[in-house]
Write a protein that binds this ligand. Structure first.
Ligand code: ADP
Ligand code: G6P
Length: 483
């Protein structure tokens, strides 16, 4: 029977070795949280990096690691510390990530990073070639592995290969600054189907293909000598039922069964019922606009001082890529900003910002979503932003207001949210006021539309649409190859 091989740098679990032995923790990030639902439901093998380098793994533990991963339907690609430094912290996160998120000034064009990216992509391709049978479908994910499609296609011309990019594809004007732009495009074109979250990313990609490689492009087909590649947009959904049901369960629990965080949030509601809770949840990443959001919050409190002691901003930031200098600097900037604003504005009864720098277990995340009157998400650029969708899915009584940046891919599907430009403080201050004072009926009306859409276009539908399109594309492979 044919199976689907999912391949991404990040597996759904990360392994850690401590005094207590080997443990697996869930990975954070849209790719892992979204694909996890697809993977657990079906016949698939997920290949990726375990989070441990060869140097981290003591002699004799490799087999234990293999069986731990096998329990999760996963198999590992072995990476050395040098691989991780050059490929992951280097080319993936100091070159491609900033460039594709329009942070051109952060993007470093280092030959060593590129060499490492090529050699590690080859390791992933080899892992696929070792595991994949002739009838298997290969689904490659994200910006860390853009050369893998071509590397696999060269060895297995008949293989059906899909690629999905979870981050934006930038406009041609940005993309063309990359010294290895042709190689990256050619790498991607090894796939039979290339998927993006939005039509705009798809259009940017096609424009780069036409202008940089001079290939024929008709609608969303790219013509190579002996192959046709389909390019399309598939906006990723969430596991709506999982979030909705978890939220129902959380509100039904009483007394001791409630999590510590929920108890604290409940106490807060009791002691200050008029104080509105505004939540923001992201990886600590400059693309998420966290520092600007904090500044905008200060601007709001100065513009509308009547809301002092009446609102609280909860910032949950999960540690991410902390070896990359820009992330270190950002961490420091946020620590200082929160410290300064809380120092200047706090009163005996009120701290304006609660800041948590950690990953939360799923139940706690749900507690935070369900307890917050407003979710305020301000990415400066974001491929999709699943947090926006998760917040709406947990609002079981349909109340709650979502304020969302226009620069997030999810904004295209979430018109009923209050959409803002994260660089416009004036607009955000007014929008926060609008959210705080929005009548319940209006909240319900907006969320009803949003929930219906999220329910219909959930992550399963997303995966099925991609797979069906890939299978259709795969049926034609033999025809082209034999011509
Ligand atoms: P990105 O993929 O860029 O990180 P998304 O918003 O698409 O952004 O996805 C983030 C995912 O990580 C969501 O599924 C969210 O629930 C999860 N997440 C974010 N912050 C935390 C946290 N502090 N603890 C646990 N999960 C988190
Ligand atoms: C985004 C990327 C993913 C990545 C995730 C977490 O969602 O699209 O590919 O896995 O961020 O980042 P990390 O660097 O920890 O894998």
């Amino acid at each position: 029977m044919s199976k689907t091989i999912i391949i991404s740098n990040r597996l759904p679990v990360q392994l850690q070795i401590s005094d207590g032995g080997l443990s697996a923790i869930p990975s954070v990030g849209g790719l892992a949280t979204g694909m996890k639902s697809v993977h657990s439901g079906g016949e698939s093998l997920w290949i990726g990096w375990s989070g441990l380098t060869d140097e981290d793994i003591p002699d004799g533990l490799s087999e234990t690691i293999d069986s731990a991963l096998k329990e999760h339907g996963c198999s590992k690609v072995r990476l050395t510390k040098d691989d991780v430094d050059g490929f992951y912290f280097g080319f993936s996160n100091r070159t491609i990530w900033p460039l594709f998120h329009y942070f051109l000034e952060y993007s470093e064009f280092e030959l060593d990073f590129w060499d490492s990216y090529k050699s590690v992509n080859q390791k992933f391709a080899d892992a696929i070639l070792e595991e994949a049978g002739d009838d298997d479908i290969i689904w490659i994910h994200d910006y860390q592995l853009m050369l893998v499609p071509q590397m696999v296609k060269e060895k297995r011309p008949n293989a059906t290969i899909g690629f999905f990019l979870h981050i934006p594809f930038p406009s041609y004007e940005i993309f063309r600054t990359l010294p290895w732009r042709e190689e990256v495009l050619e790498g991607l074109l090894g796939a039979d189907l290339i998927g993006f979250h939005t039509y705009d990313y798809e259009r940017h990609f096609l424009s780069s293909v036409r202008r940089l490689l001079g290939l024929d492009v008709s609608f969303n087909d790219v013509y190579l000598e002996n192959r046709v590649i389909k390019v399309d947009s598939f906006p990723m959904g969430i596991d709506y039922d999982k979030f909705h049901k978890a939220a129902k369960k959380s509100s039904a629990l009483k007394g001791k069964q409630r999590s510590d965080l929920q108890i604290k949030l409940d106490e807060h509601k009791k002691s200050a019922p008029d104080t509105k809770l505004i939540v923001s949840i992201d990886r600590l990443d400059y693309s998420k606009g966290i520092a600007k959001r904090i500044n905008a919050f200060e601007y709001f409190l100065n513009k509308y001082p009547e809301y002092k002691e009446k609102v609280r901003l909860i910032i949950l930031a999960v540690p991410s890529r902390s070896n990359v200098p820009q992330y270190k600097l950002l961490k420091r900037e946020i620590d200082e900003l929160v410290g300064r604003i809380n120092g200047e504005l706090s009163t005996v009864n009120w701290t304006p910002i609660w800041y948590f720098y950690r990953s939360l277990p799923f139940e706690n995340l749900i507690d935070l979503y369900t307890s917050s009157d407003i979710a305020w998400l301000t990415p400066l650029r974001d491929g999709m932003n699943l947090v926006a969708k998760e917040y709406v899915a947990t609002r079981t009584d349909k109340t709650g207001v979502l304020i969302l940046s226009e620069m997030a891919g999810s904004a295209y599907e979430m018109n009923e949210a209050l959409l803002i430009n994260p660089n416009n403080f004036e607009q955000q201050a007014d929008t926060l006021k609008q959210a705080i004072t929005m009548p319940k009926e209006e909240q319900i009306a907006r969320n009803m539309f949003l929930q219906n859409r999220l329910k219909r276009y959930n992550v399963e539908v997303w995966a099925n649409e991609f797979m069906n399109s890939l299978k259709t594309q795969g049926q034609d492979i033999g025809t082209y190859v034999s011509q």
